[in-house]
Design a protein around this ligand. Structure first.
Ligand code: PHE
Length: 345
């Protein structure tokens, strides 16, 4: 019996030694130390032993059991440590490797120009207003002093949806909408960027859809000099601090007087070059003093209040600023074009 126990011990320890995963080790534990294991089996024969031998054999059996259990435990520790080490080795990252750059998008050049202009005017106390692209004929034309049969409607060929609804041809309807909201009380000081639509044939300088930015100030004692000063600040901020502006008489039904605004050429400084077509001046926007009819129609007392408004094409400003020669570049989204405006590379 003693020999059998020793034999079992040697056999078990050998198996523990060669076990190479936790599952196998567990099987060894169950088969040697379990209730139905060989040690229990051997001890069943104890009844045949003398009273003297019995405790000795019991002690030996316990020794064997302990030895096997201890061997299993230490092997288990080894295997677990090895498993952790293998996992660490497999998952190791080399923090000294150079990182993979994350490709990031970029603002569209038109968005950049809009945001730059917004920032400038917000800094002067304006708020940003918005209006619908699908607009009522009333706001796009009538409230802007263009009654139904007014010949000036011919100036803008429009996309009509119904007789009374169209894609707005300008951002000026937001003037009327904003004044209406103010219910005859000034001051009004807004800037309004947005898409506009005209029935134009697309070419290098025309597009059936483009962007405008509208400005409107209504308060007591607003004068033409306020308009001129404001536009001068704008021109210098966009095109350089030594730019000058000049106002030429023009016509818009919703402003009186109306002007066309030119900026001194930023390329030749006024001497005349291909950009300014040898004139030294570049046209950048339309503007004027808000027509009394427009003030009245939107609920403002034109004896108490006066105002100025201006409107410009964002594409035109961006083309001038960045030297872009074809308006269609803005809409075809060729990444080679767009990447030139990246601030990341
Ligand atoms: N809405 C005019 C246009 O589209 C521009 C403009 C705006 C002129 C405001 C005067 C005042 O041509």
């Amino acid at each position: 019996m003693q020999e059998r126990l020793k034999e079992l011990q040697t056999e078990a320890l050998e198996r523990v030694n060669t076990a190479d995963d936790l599952k196998e080790l567990n099987e060894i534990r169950v088969s040697y130390l379990g209730k139905k294991g060989p040690i229990t089996e051997v001890l069943k024969g104890m009844g045949k032993l003398s009273a003297e031998e019995r405790p000795k054999m019991g002690a030996l059996a316990n020794e064997v059991r302990d030895a096997i259990a201890a061997a299993i435990e230490s092997k288990q520790k080894n295997l677990e440590e090895a498993a952790v080490a293998a996992k660490l080795a497999a998952e190791m990252i080399d923090v000294t490797l150079p990182g993979r750059p994350v490709k990031s998008g970029n603002h569209h050049p038109l968005t950049r120009v809009v945001e730059e202009i917004e920032d400038l005017f917000i800094g002067m106390g304006y708020t940003v207003a918005e209006g619908p692209e699908v607009e009522k004929d009333y706001y796009n034309f009538e409230a802007l002093n263009l009654p139904k049969d007014h010949p000036a409607r011919d100036m803008q060929d429009s996309f009509y949806i119904t007789e009374d609804i169209l894609l707005r041809t300008q951002t000026s309807p937001v003037q009327a909408r904003t004044m209406e909201k103010h219910q005859g009380k000034g001051p009004v000081k807004i800037i309004c960027p947005g898409k506009v639509f005209r029935r134009d044939h697309d070419d290098a300088t025309h597009s059936h859809q483009f962007m405008q930015i509208e400005g409107l100030v209504v308060d007591e004692n607003i004068r033409m000099s306020d308009l001129k000063g404001t536009l001068e600040v704008f021109a210098k901020a966009m095109f350089g601090s030594d730019r000058e502006i000049r106002l030429r008489p023009s016509f818009f039904p919703f402003t009186e007087p109306s002007v066309e605004v030119d900026v001194s050429c930023f390329k030749c400084g006024g001497k005349g070059c291909n950009i300014c077509k040898k004139t030294g001046w570049i046209e950048i926007l339309g503007a004027g003093m808000v027509h009394p009819n427009v003030l009245e129609m939107s609920g403002f007392d034109s004896k108490k209040y006066s105002g100025f408004a201006f409107g410009m094409g964002v594409e035109r400003i961006a083309m001038l600023k960045y030297g872009i020669d074809d308006i269609r570049h803005f809409y075809t989204n060729d990444v080679r074009f767009l990447k030139q405006f990246s601030i990341h590379e």
